[in-house]
Design a binder for this molecule. Structure first.
Ligand code: ADP
Length: 486
């Protein structure tokens, strides 16, 4: 099977690949060239109805959740193998509509397979508890059960299209839920190949997995408003996350949110400098800064401020931008014209707000959406837009700091709390800092490492709940208490 750039049946409903009922044509761009490489018909309200009905039916008939746990685990593992055996095709499609580098595309496929394998391994470990009761003179026993939460809608972003979708499917399937994926309209291609593989393999009963490709404000909003959807799991902007909370109020859907960030990274003057500089550069430049936990606020201890800025700028300047298919490419394009415009606008804000542009920040080439990684110095730590707002691009704002006493106030002066980094050779400084930072993730002498076994998520306006690890399974389960008079 080869990857298709011109799919006709772009929706996966009730176990079959079908065309949308909708009439709206959505273009898909290759961000490396700016050319339209495909168009598809976006799912509309009627498609949502069909997908939700199929998901509800499969859930209510207990078709998936009542299979023996070992059988469900085997099917999830088979799905992992299926994805891994099409790694080249998936990587090609991820590069085609997202623009990511080959190494990231390949890592995405591995991550998807790992997610399915990790959560397949949890299925036989889902269990309740029993305990002695006080009883008040009665003889009682009680136990708890953990049951699938129901029909789940997974609304996912364009910055890691396949990875985020499968990361949400894996715990939902492990818990016994039926799931409807709604990938971002900018990056449908890998999810359509996944649909094709699922349709052909028939690994899961009809309706257990559906995938709707379409606009957020149409298909996504219809899922969020639907009373037969029991839970939303979302990765995307804080703005849309808040809309989903409001939309979920009607039937009090369970909601997990993985949202934006403005993550701080601190380099202390005792840090191994080359390593710290490399870490700070990749914390913001990887995937061209289109990462929710990108280290976009760089705090450098005053004595090494100029040396670190110079080092990060040098790395940015040397990075090779290009088409992700070229294995020597280090940075791909931004995903869309809108994103390029947004990043260039923030470069202008940085300059007009008084920061010093040390390097980069200009568009590269006249086709595609490439921008050179930008380093700004904000020596006075002014509260300017590039230092406060999430940009989702390769722009880092470097500010001086005077030591551990300042870290708590600086790190936490943001509505977000997703990622953070600390580079130091002192264990004491590192672990004191880890306690002081209000964020879901603290990386010490490294940045951006994720593992399926460790919960990932945000404090404050970076989200609700956690993904990965056993904690990542819990949002897909309800606990039921059963009392028995003896
Ligand atoms: P990003 O900033 O990464 O583009 P968004 O939050 O805009 O993130 O989009 C993330 C996902 O949310 C996408 O699948 C998008 O289609 C969907 N989405 C956007 N608006 C809505 C909405 N009003 N209701 C439901 N889903 C939406």
């Amino acid at each position: 099977m080869s990857a298709s750039l011109s799919p006709t049946r772009t929706q996966f409903i009730a176990g079959k690949q079908v065309s949308s009922n909708g009439t709206e044509e959505i273009p898909v761009y290759d961000p490396a060239t700016g050319e339209i490489i495909s168009t598809f018909q976006g799912a509309d309200a009627a498609d949502v109805e069909m997908a939700v009905a199929a998901a509800r039916d499969s859930f209510d008939k207990r078709i998936w959740r009542d299979l023996p746990p070992i059988e469900r685990a085997a099917r999830m593992t088979a799905m992992a193998d299926l994805i891994a055996s099409h790694a080249d095709d998936f990587a090609e499609l991820e590069i085609s509509d997202n623009g990511m580098t080959m190494s990231m595309a390949r890592a995405t496929v591995t991550s998807c397979a790992n997610s399915l394998r990790y959560f397949a391994g949890t299925i036989q470990k889902i269990h309740g508890e029993s305990t002695d009761l006080s009883g008040g003179g009665r003889q009682l026993m009680a136990y708890t059960m953990r049951e699938a939460v129901g029909v789940v809608a997974a609304i996912t972003p364009w910055n890691a299209p396949l990875g985020v979708l499968v990361n949400k499917m894996a715990p939902a399937l492990a818990a016994g839920c039926s799931i409807i994926g709604k990938p971002a309209e900018q990056t449908p291609l890998s999810s359509i190949l996944l649909s094709q593989l699922l349709a052909e393999s028939q690994l899961f009963p009809d309706g257990v997995i559906s995938i709707l490709n379409g606009h957020g404000h149409i298909a996504g909003a219809a899922l969020a408003a639907h009373d037969d959807v029991d839970k939303i799991t979302f990765t995307g902007s804080t703005e849309v996350g808040k809309k989903l909370v409001v939309a979920s109020a009607h039937n009090l859907k369970r909601v997990t949110l993985e949202l934006g960030g403005k993550s701080p990274l601190f380099i202390f003057d005792d840090a191994p400098l080359e390593h710290a500089i490399q870490g700070a550069a990749m914390a913001i430049f990887a995937n061209s800064g289109q990462v929710c936990f990108a280290g976009s606020r760089l705090y450098i201890q005053r004595g090494i401020y100029d040396a670190v800025i110079e080092g990060v700028a040098k790395i940015g300047d040397a990075m090779k931008l290009g088409n992700g298919r070229d294995p020597s490419t280090q940075l791909g394009p931004l995903v869309r014209q809108e994103q390029l415009d947004r990043v260039l606008k923030y470069i202008e804000y940085g300059i007009s707000d008084g920061a010093e542009l040390i390097s980069g920040g200009m568009r590269e080439g006249d086709k595609g959406y490439f921008v050179r990684p930008a380093v700004f110095a904000n020596r006075e730590r002014n509260k300017i837009r590039i230092a406060e707002e999430e940009i989702f691009g390769p722009i880092v704002t470097a500010m001086p700091f005077d030591g551990l006493d300042e870290l708590e106030a600086l790190a936490n002066d943001t509505p977000y709390g997703l990622g953070s980094g600390v580079f130091t050779s002192s264990n004491s400084t590192a672990h004191k800092a880890a306690r002081l930072i209000r964020a879901g993730n603290v990386w010490i002498n490294c940045y951006g490492i994720l593992d399926k076994a460790i919960p990932f998520g945000g404090f404050k306006q970076s989200g609700w709940g956690r993904e990965f690890g056993l904690e990542g399974l819990s949002p897909f389960l309800e606990t039921k208490a059963v009392y028995n008079m003896l």
